[in-house]
Design a protein around this ligand. Structure first.
Ligand SMILES: NC(=O)c1ccc[n+]([C@@H]2O[C@H](COP(=O)([O-])OP(=O)(O)OC[C@H]3O[C@@H](n4cnc5c(N)ncnc54)[C@H](OP(=O)(O)O)[C@@H]3O)[C@@H](O)[C@H]2O)c1
Length: 259
């Protein structure tokens, strides 16, 4: 039986990945921050799906998660690590508090590496694969998405370096780059951006308020019309099982044909 760890599996893309891998017969360790999210996943699956308490910014939880997975998989090692957990911090860079920028990078960049490190020996045993959840925001940066884009650009760099470093052991390192996917991240990040904006000095509203509000509305509306998370999960499965996986996969609607 193949085994996978999926971080950020409570909702959205991570949940879809955990359930798809489970449905294909994998043993899945689904990273969650709340016990009730683990229970809900378990109910949607079977006892082959193991909820794993895992905040990617909590070193103790990371250590405990790796130890638990190591004990469960034994000499077979781990076939897949899907680094999916993520948040989106949005706002004008002139006013985004540095602590928020740090939080963005802590979760989406440092957390991914911190989780990956203790799982590498298990992946080495199985000649497994790592899939990092990037974004098209890691290829093109949009206004007010600076913190998020910075994190996803960084993840591109980390993915490429890690791939080269782990080549001697046959560990594939792949980045999946979704476009707009309909998940709770849009409402969460919109609400978080509003909270942040409420604490900005008055000139922030004068300088950026109009454009930020217009863009926020468009982005959140586009999020609701996005592709279903299952589309990304299908690509993650392909990245994990293809004989010769690509190094990066964009997941976005096909462009209309040129006139
Ligand atoms: N939706 C899109 O359009 C889109 C496009 C490109 C890339 N992505 C990427 O896809 C990934 C999943 O996002 P999503 O759209 O599926 O959003 P989502 O439904 O909000 O899922 C995010 C997941 O990350 C978890 N998470 C947040 N902070 C965490 C932390 N410190 N430690 C562990 N888990 C944490 C969340 O857990 P809680 O429920 O506990 O908060 C949740 O399970 C992210 O990396 C995101 O950047 C999304």
């Amino acid at each position: 039986m193949r085994s996978a760890v999926v971080t950020g599996a409570s909702t959205g893309i991570g949940r879809a990945c955990a359930l798809l891998l489970h449905s294909k017969g994998w043993m899945v360790f689904a990273g969650v921050r709340r016990a009730e999210d683990g229970d809900a996943l378990r109910q949607a699956a079977s006892d082959r799906l193991h909820p794993l308490p895992l905040d990617v910014t909590a070193p103790e939880q990371i250590r405990a998660a790796a130890a638990r997975v190591a004990a469960a998989v034994g000499q077979s090692g781990l076939d897949a690590l899907v680094n999916n957990a993520g948040i989106a911090v949005a706002g004008p860079l002139e006013f985004v508090p540095p602590a928020e920028l740090a939080r963005q990078l802590e979760v989406n960049v440092i957390g991914q590496v911190a989780v990956t490190q203790p799982f590498i020996p298990l992946l080495r045993q199985a000649r497994g694969r790592i899939v990092n959840m990037g974004s098209v925001s890691g290829l093109v940066s949009l206004p007010f998405m600076g913190p998020y884009s910075a994190s996803k650009f960084a993840l591109e760099a980390i993915t490429d370096a890690l791939r080269l470093e782990l080549t001697p052991w046959g560990i594939g390192v792949i980045i999946v780059e979704p476009g707009t996917i309909a998940t709770p991240i849009w409402d969460k990040s919109g609400a978080a951006a509003d909270l942040l904006a409420a604490a900005y000095p008055p000139e922030a509203q004068t300088l950026y308020g109009g454009t930020f509000a217009a863009l926020r509305e468009r982005v959140v509306a586009a999020g609701k019309r996005g592709l279903p998370p299952e589309r990304v999960a299908a690509v993650v499965l392909e990245a994990l099982t293809a004989e010769r996986p690509r190094t990066r996969y964009v997941v976005a609607p096909a462009a209309p044909p040129c006139a």
